[in-house]
Design a protein around this ligand. Structure first.
Ligand code: KIV
Length: 263
């Protein structure tokens, strides 16, 4: 059994070994993923791939807590990160109340919040109250309606400078790790050099300290769309469809259950 990661081992990994993070939303898959990743993120992406919603914005604390409890049950030896849903950390007071609820009601090790310099005061308040925080900068899925779409960041000098400011502000506020999403590779590489905490990229090129993918994307279960940065390591949807077709045909033709599956 692998040794469970902790904040010290994750921060010490910078420059020494590459970190892997994957999302999980339930006990069954979390248990399967556990031996092969350093951290598990209960991402609010579950609102899209699991709950079938058009974006992450309607995910709730109750929903995220339920899924995190399931993931913690399945992956008892993993460092688990709770993704704070939209609206749960607009101000310091509600952020701390909600983060404290996460620690009270789940076994998650850390929480993740989206936002750069504008959210640094929230990160600072949480860290001062002993909440372990993962930052998340760049393309922020919770901003999709406010910005009118998903837009890759770092395309010009102004955006790049602002991303670097964001990364430094979140590090200074006390986050121990930083997700960098949908950012031009050169800027993600520069951010990675500038901060002393590990950066975990998603759609941010090869030079971050680690990579994260959404499990239903990387295993090919989510078929609605496939962003350029996603590599499918399995054709999950295809395999499920074939299995279901076989089951349906075998039941209808009375090939199943055979003697082997009969008491
Ligand atoms: O919700 C999520 O799955 C995430 C990842 C995209 C990092 O935040």
């Amino acid at each position: 059994m692998r040794k469970k990661e902790n904040i010290s081992s994750i921060t010490a990994a910078k420059g020494e070994r590459v970190l892997t993070m994957v999302t999980a939303y339930d006990a069954l898959f979390a248990k399967l993923f556990e031996p092969y990743c350093d951290m598990i993120l209960v991402g609010d992406s579950l609102n899209m791939s699991f709950a079938g919603k058009k974006d992450t914005l309607s995910a709730t604390m109750d929903q995220m807590i339920y899924h995190t409890q399931a993931v913690c049950n399945g992956a008892k030896n993993s460092f688990i990160i709770f993704d704070m849903p939209f609206g749960s950390y607009f101000d310091e007071k509600s952020a701390l109340e909600n983060a404290a609820r996460v620690y009270r009601e789940t076994e998650a090790d850390a929480i993740k919040i989206e936002g750069g310099a504008d959210r640094a005061h929230i990160v600072r308040h949480l860290c001062r109250n002993n909440i372990a925080v993962v930052g998340h900068i760049g393309l922020l899925p919770q901003n999709v309606r406010g910005e009118g779409g998903y837009k890759v960041k770092g395309r010009d000098e102004k955006e790049s400078e602002s991303l670097i400011r964001d990364a430094l502000a979140i590090e200074e506020a006390g986050a121990f790790c930083l997700v960098v999403e949908g950012v031009k590779a050169e800027i993600a590489a520069e951010i990675t050099k500038k901060v002393s905490i590990p950066t975990i990229g998603i759609g941010a090129g090869p030079d971050t300290d680690g990579q994260v993918l959404v499990w239903s994307d990387m295993l090919g279960f989510f078929e609605e769309f496939k962003p350029k940065f996603v590599k499918r390591y399995l054709n999950g949807a295809q395999l499920v469809k074939e299995a279901m077709r076989n089951f349906n045909e075998e039941v209808k033709s009375r090939a199943f259950p055979s003697q082997e599956h009969t008491y």
